[in-house]
Design a protein around this ligand. Structure first.
Ligand code: CU
Length: 66
């Protein structure tokens, strides 16, 4: 399964790495891929993920969803 989230506030590779790491640590997430130009994360997971958790995690890393 794949879920996509729009992320605002990322400006460089470090932001991408921070978001990717945060997403990968979430329960059920296999991998989080982040596209800096699009400002979008693609999250691959084997079971349903809680998008509210995803939002919180991204915000705690210093970025915004939307
Ligand atoms: Cu950055």
């Amino acid at each position: 399964m794949n879920s996509y989230v729009k992320i605002r506030g990322m400006s460089c590779r470090h932001c991408v790495m921070a978001v990717r790491k945060a997403l990968s640590a979430l329960d059920g997430v296999k991998e989080g891929e982040v596209n800096l130009e699009k400002g979008e994360a693609s999250i691959s997971h084997d079971k349903p993920i809680d998008l509210e958790e995803v939002r919180k995690t991204i915000e705690e890393s210093g970025y915004e969803v939307g």
